[in-house]
Design a protein around this ligand. Sequence first.
Ligand SMILES: [Ca+2]
Length: 161
Amino acid sequence: MFKSTRFKSTAKSTILKLTGIVALPLLLVTAAQASSEMRLALGFASTQAGGETVGSYSLSNIASRDSSGEFCLGYGDRTPDHVLTLEQDFTQLTIAVDSGGEDTTLLIQGPDNTTVRCNDNASRRDRDPEIQDTFAKGTYRVWVGAFEQEGRHRYNLTITE
Ligand SMILES: [Ca+2]
């Protein structure tokens, strides 16, 4: 009788421990998949969104090169970090990443799946990326990657008209 109670108690505590171990990775996956959403109309001037690079998904899986032949580099999550909806056509937008000196990359897909823009380094001295272009009205998916796999870098994404 004593032995049986003791066994039950041990079994219960093992189940609780297992539940704890299983629940943690599920929470982390959910957090990594959340995309920040932005809607921009003409005249917004400038806006920012923060984030952190994480992941082992090679962004070259989305496109190996962009529409102008630039390589799509870096690693991130399978889902976009930011979803950007433009309510009108913009003759010029600058989308820049600032991680404070780390090596990050940028991939923008949209408004259709086949149009991709990529950048690794804004300049020879700046390893954060920047894309300046004309953007038609529509929804764009934005990935900020780390140049090295699993690289974790906090960044600010700045969009300027
Ligand atoms: Ca870079």
